[in-house]
Write a protein that binds this ligand. Sequence first.
Ligand SMILES: [Zn+2]
Length: 144
Amino acid sequence: MLELEIQNCKRREELCITIVDWFYANYLIDYELEVIVEHKNLRKDSVYGYCDISPYEECGWEPRSFLIEMEKTLTIDTYIQVLLHELYHVFQFCKGDLAIKNSIRHWKGKSIEGLEYEQQPHEIEAEEKEKVLYESFMEYLEDT
Ligand SMILES: [Zn+2]
């Protein structure tokens, strides 16, 4: 089961639900999850999206509560791609490949502290998947 809460974006609410539901059905169906998608101004941080374990839950190896932050002003195509990228991080957390222990990010059990963004294994994997996910999702949209 998925509990989804969307904050601060009436304009994209329906699209957001469609994307999250699609991703959940395809990748996360085995997990009981709580996902909050918060829309805000992230341009000051020069990013389009963030995915983190929800601050309401203690960080651990089996997080089931997530906070995704999305830049408010993205075009539809970029919005879809960024949200799928962030959801892929949720999948990495659920699989246990990605974890936060004592505030330190781990990939497959090893600390990735200090690695540049481009070298972080979870980002490399998510960037690779992003386009495939986007294409599959667009096909799904056309078929419905
Ligand atoms: Zn990422």
